[in-house]
Design a protein around this ligand. Structure first.
Ligand SMILES: [Mn+2]
Length: 238
């Protein structure tokens, strides 16, 4: 699995300023290609990401950067595949409206509203801070969700089976803040490390693209979050 760093934090609205530095931190330890993006130009950066993914014909793990990178990366995958299953681990559904271009708060809604992603191909895992507007959208679009307490490996396996091509997106804030404090929006009562690793097990070797986003080395405590991120990368890549 090819490892690509995407040092883009332009969609964070400054709340997670610093997450664009994660790729340069892991480059010291892992063999990672760093994509050239421009944090002051969202359109150009999104274009670079989308085109890169569209041209790649091997499994890729993207290291963000903020969650907005999923928007162009998913679109890039769609260049070559019609039906893609999308599994996202995130404390937030990222379904707010009215941001243009898409940010980490609404990238998923943008993909659905623009017809890139059929809501029935989405599985949202671990969301626990959901606005009323997002709840309405989840219900209207009949998006499948698994809460922290109800998620089990078998359901993820079952969902994944339906798709030849899978995109897996991991926002580090799905993990409990005591284990992953280095991120922009801390939400209590997340997954334990043991539980999370159990849940991703059926996805190892299965996904066309995995992204790991929102890790912020500048907000980290004792390097915990960066280390956990590296552990997750190694699970998928080695
Ligand atoms: Mn999140």
């Amino acid at each position: 699995m090819k490892l690509i760093g995407v040092p883009f934090g332009g969609g964070t609205l400054s709340k997670n300023e610093g997450c664009q530095n994660m790729p340069s931190v892991i480059v010291e330890e892992l063999d990672v290609e760093i994509l050239q993006v421009d944090n002051f130009n969202v359109e150009v950066s999104f274009d670079v990401i989308e085109q890169k993914i569209a041209l790649i014909d091997e499994p890729v793990m993207l290291i963000g950067g903020d969650h907005s990178i999923t928007y162009p990366a998913f679109k890039g995958l769609k260049h070559n595949h019609d039906s893609v299953g999308f599994i996202v681990f995130d404390a937030h559904p990222d379904l707010q409206s009215d941001f243009s271009p898409p940010t980490h708060e609404d990238y998923l809604r943008a993909l659905i509203d623009e017809g890139e992603l059929d809501p029935e191909n989405v599985l949202l895992i671990g969301a626990r801070n959901i606005s009323d507007e997002e709840q309405e959208y989840l219900e209207a679009k009949k998006i499948r969700t698994l809460s922290v307490s109800e998620a089990v490996k078998e359901q993820i396996e079952q969902f994944a089976k339906n798709y030849e091509i899978l995109y897996v997106s991991i926002d580090i804030d799905v993990i409990d803040p005591s284990l992953a404090p280095g991120t922009g929006h801390l939400e209590p009562n997340g997954f334990s490390k043991v539980k999370f690793f159990e849940l991703i097990e059926p996805l190892i070797g299965r996904a066309a693209i995995i992204d790991l986003v929102e890790i912020n080395p500048e907000k980290d405590v004792d390097g915990k979050t960066v280390s956990l991120g590296i552990e997750i990368i190694k699970k998928f890549c080695f």
